[in-house]
Write a protein of this length. Sequence first.
Lengths: 131, 65
Amino acid sequence: MEAAQALADLTEISTQIKAAALFRADGSIDAATLADGTRFVEAARALLSAAEGVRAEPLVQLEAATADGSVFVVRDGERVVAAVTGPEPTVGLVFYDLKSCLRSSADEEAEKPKRAAPKRKPKEEGGNGEA
Amino acid sequence: MRRKLLVLLAAAGAVIASLAFFRRSGARRERVDLYFADGSMVSLGEGPDAERLLALGRTTLDAAR
């Protein structure tokens, strides 16, 4: 699943999520639900970076809950997904949906090279064998 | 008469207590929950770290609008 499709699925599944972005730790954006996700991603990266300074242990996810809404950030290595919700979201459910989104976009990335090679060869060979 | 008054007072007390409970549980305080790779979690509600992270959280919320 492409990053944009993974985000589209995320916002369709989770009605609590108002905006989200998939990006890399270096700041490059894979997909965002916002027309210009740059400012949002930069702000989320600043939040993640500051949160990582709280403890030496690697941070995997966070929720910043304010009266206006919550910010969620989930990290898996270099890949990060950030999302915002309204106030008082179902925290466990939002984290679950964000992790699923991150996983589905990562799976596609890992499968791309695998899919490309074996599919083409059997088609060529199979075509000869069948005929 | 006295018994009725006690029942009324008890009922009023129950109503006030339940209102206070629901009001308190409904108003979630502002906080930042951090989840680490080792499975531990830290909830920051007060202090300089919490203020700094909440300010960044508000900036992120603003950026999403």
